[in-house]
Design a protein around this ligand. Structure first.
Ligand code: NDP
Length: 241
């Protein structure tokens, strides 16, 4: 790597499973310390056990709550004195026809995937400005951020919204040294890929990306100097798309 992540401080949302948990592992493996957020406390405690309490601070809460995102950043700052990076990863997907999904499902998707990302990113940017220097924002969107698909209209909408957010903020914040990067995976073998009506029965996950593949991409982005702006990393797999 051209830029060491040793002793950098990262906040990761949606770290209790899948891509977020793999990202916590990858970044601690690269020398970073991580503040991790999700609703399931026992899963975050498991991360602390796996990665060591010197490297992980768990913050239990709901990404839809702006105050939770403030608390996540505050916990990182209290523990390690600063924040270098926000990985806005928490997300859900409910799949089905536009008339088949309930009001609650649609609202939860928009509030979690889009508004949750807005709150996470805003809390990080506020801290970067207080520190008087730039930072990194990584947003885990999807290949669905660039094209729609049957039975995923609202999900794909939330992922497109993240793309608009990232492209705009990268331009808005560049002058103060902040880099905004989109990581856009195709199907990844996580609980998300199995659940929520996305697949019938038990899907063949062999051709999917692995959460570790996505986590590695995030690590590589961050290990580039901030003058190197990846902007969008679309990750495809051998899966039929
Ligand atoms: P998982 O279901 O494995 O993990 C989702 C994570 O998000 C969990 O840690 C969950 O924690 C957290 N989360 C969900 N809702 C909330 C909430 N309201 N408040 C706090 N945390 C929440 O999914 P993935 O790892 O696959 O997904 C991560 C991201 O990757 C998502 O943004 C998804 O859209 C994106 N993605 C996934 C793909 C895939 O095929 N898997 C493909 C492309 C993109 P908890 O339930 O404990 O709160």
């Amino acid at each position: 790597p051209t830029r060491s992540l040793a002793d950098t401080v990262v906040a990761v949302t949606g770290a209790s499973a899948g891509i977020g948990a793999a990202t916590a592992h990858a970044l601690v493996g690269a020398g970073a310390r991580v503040a991790v957020s999700a609703r399931r406390e026992e899963r975050l405690e498991q991360l602390v056990e796996e990665l060591g309490k010197d490297n992980v601070v768990p913050v239990v809460g709901d990404v839809r709550d702006p105050a939770h995102n403030e608390a996540l950043v505050a916990a990182a700052v209290q523990r390690w004195g600063r924040l270098d990076t926000m990985v806005a990863n928490a997300g859900i997907g409910a799949y089905g026809g536009i008339l088949d999904l309930g009001d609650d499902q649609l609202t939860e998707m928009v509030e979690t995937n889009y508004l949750g990302t807005v709150w996470s990113v805003r809390s990080a940017v506020r801290r970067f400005r207080e520190q008087g220097e730039g930072g990194d924002v990584v947003i885990v969107s999807s290949v669905a951020g660039f094209r729609g698909g049957a039975d995923e209209a609202v999900y794909a909408g939330t992922k497109h919204a993240q793309v608009g957010l990232a492209g705009s903020l990268d331009r808005e914040l560049r002058a103060e040294g902040t880099r905004v990067t989109l990581i856009c995976p195709a199907g990844t073998a996580t609980e998300f890929a199995i659940g929520a009506g996305r697949t019938e029965g038990s899907p063949e996950l062999d051709d999917y990306l692995r959460p570790q593949d996505v986590a590695h991409a995030i690590r590589v982005v961050l290990e580039q100097p901030r003058s190197v702006r990846t902007t969008v990393w679309q990750m495809w797999s051998m899966q039929q798309q």
